[in-house]
Design a protein around this ligand. Structure first.
Ligand code: ADP
Length: 491
């Protein structure tokens, strides 16, 4: 593949999408946001933390391997386990006690917006869309501060039984707790000594304490639902956070109730604008029952577009009964990209989607149902735009405006990505999915779908990588619907 050609296409795509974005009236983004509190642990921090407990008690708790954090000792035990193995872990805490304790006894280096809907709202606002309407059912006063201070970012607020749109800092629900996730990073070779046992941390990694307050529900306030027309005009909706649905709740309700409510919101959005496109951004969902329910009951038949990474493709295939394909996606061998492509096609079919966008390090694949109003070139522009966006975000950590996105054009295309695509080319041409020339353009023609595949830009030493996947999906989806509107208005 000709790298120079692809660099040129990135530049051209950026300008095409930039021109199309003003055609969008607005985007709706729901449901999940939280605050990420980040602390990089030094040796002093660690010995201070250990000093708050009796070392023998820490050791005893380590042996019980706590699955959730109910008290500070659980946290201490899981931190040591994670450090001993150098293995990332994410453990839930159901009350805010741990948060209070950590704030008082450790503190954080910095805090930032977390959660897919929070990250996507901020990003779209910075892409200078006319209007981004965020909706977070548990928007607290503290959480609201993490939304960018921009006029184009709004949130529904119930006032005297009416719904109006205001900036999140004027639309929060007073008196509710914030959902704060703690991200405790540690470095390789840190020396740990506790209760007579000493070890060196084998590699850089992190422990995440994820806040799961019991009262949190993934649903829309009744008033907002009833007056949903107030958020319009909007052309698209990006929905995420369904992984927070639980199988059962203390009040006797179950996931079925929340699945039903979620579908009703989607149906209402579509009824208010039949042209509206809906994207669901997937993330890892541990609970298989919930994962399957989200895919087969919320996504299938109701939404148009799905965004996910390679691990999530494998996980989705697994609950949909395609175990073998799922394993071959996960194994990532020589033909990993072929399995990934086949897996994404399977998802498009099983879930009756219009579009499946998979991002991987070095390349993106987008599978499209036949008959989409955009050409493959226009879809390719959307993906290339999101590659530039991802690169800009990896370079600077945060993007302030479209001008900063443009700086992503300077980041080179991944050589590894090009190599992966070269391997995939043999499969595609061998199966007559495209000619070698068509593959050079990134276009694939299946019997019942089309696909676009691009090499992407990768930053060698990224400043931060959190939320890049969300940025890729949001950038490409916004670019696609902007292009659709631009086309419509020109016709
Ligand atoms: P997250 O949920 O943190 O966004 P994902 O796994 O969903 O994580 O997405 C990560 C994606 O970000 C990868 O698929 C890759 O395309 C992109 N990415 C990761 N690191 C870089 C980097 N250094 N430069 C450019 N893109 C990156």
């Amino acid at each position: 593949m000709d790298i120079q050609e692809w660099e040129q296409r990135h530049t051209e795509a950026f300008h095409n999408v930039k021109e199309a974005l003003p055609y969008l009236d607005g985007m709706f983004v729901a449901y999940n946001s939280n605050i990420d509190a980040i602390k990089h642990l030094s040796e002093e921090d660690l010995s201070r933390l250990i000093g708050f407990f009796k070392e023998a008690e820490i050791q005893e708790r380590v042996e019980t391997y706590p699955r959730e954090i109910n008290e500070p000792l659980d946290f201490m035990a899981r931190l040591l386990i994670s450090m001993r193995e150098g293995k990332a872990a994410e453990i839930p805490a159901h009350t805010s006690d741990t948060h209070e304790w950590l704030k008082e006894h450790l503190g954080f280096d910095y805090a930032r917006m977390g959660g897919q809907a929070g990250i996507i709202s901020n990003l779209l606002s910075r892409l200078e869309l006319k209007k981004v309407v965020a909706y977070v059912p548990w928007l607290s006063e503290e959480q609201a501060e993490y939304f960018v201070a921009a006029d184009n970012l709004l949130h529904p607020k119930i006032e005297d039984g009416k719904v109006i749109l205001k900036h999140p800092t004027e639309a929060f629900k007073p008196g509710i707790e914030s959902k704060v996730n703690w991200i405790l990073e540690y470095s390789k070779d840190l020396e740990v000594s506790c209760n007579g046992s000493n070890f060196k941390v084998p590699r850089d990694n992190r422990l995440i304490i994820s806040s799961r307050p019991k009262w949190i529900r993934l649903e829309m306030d009744r008033e907002v639902y009833e007056h949903l027309d107030t958020i319009f005009p909007i052309d698209g909706a990006m929905l995420s956070g369904y992984q927070m649905i639980k199988e059962e709740y203390e009040d006797g309700s179950t996931y079925k109730d929340y699945v039903e409510k979620s579908v009703k919101v989607i149906e209402k959005l579509k009824a208010l604008n039949p042209e509206l496109r809906i994207h669901v951004e997937l993330t890892s969902i541990q609970d298989r029952i919930i994962r399957k329910a989200i895919l087969t009951e919320i996504v299938a038949k109701h939404v148009h577009s799905l965004g996910l990474d390679t691990v999530e493709v494998a996980n989705a295939l697994n609950v949909l009964g395609h175990e073998e394909l799922s394993y071959s996606v996960i194994r990532k061998e020589e033909n990993g990209i072929t399995s990934l492509y086949q897996g994404a096609v399977q998802l498009l079919k099983d879930l009756s989607l219009e579009r499946v966008h998979v991002h991987s390090l070095g390349f993106y694949i987008c599978i499209l149902a036949k008959g989409h109003p955009l050409t493959l070139k226009e879809h390719r522009d959307s993906l290339l735009f999101s590659s530039t966006l991802a690169a800009a975000k990896a370079v600077s950590g945060e993007i302030e405006n479209l001008e900063e996105v443009e700086a992503g054009l300077k980041v080179p295309i991944s050589g590894k990505g090009i190599e992966d695509l070269e391997n995939f080319k043999l499969y595609c041409t061998g199966r007559n999915l495209c000619t070698p020339d068509e593959f050079e353009y990134g276009y694939i023609y299946g019997a019942d779908h089309d696909a676009v595949i691009i090499p992407s830009k990768v930053v060698e030493k990224p400043k931060a990588t959190v939320g890049i996947g969300d940025a890729i999906s949001a950038g490409a989806f916004a670019a696609m619907i902007a292009r659709m509107k631009q086309k419509q208005e020109r016709e």
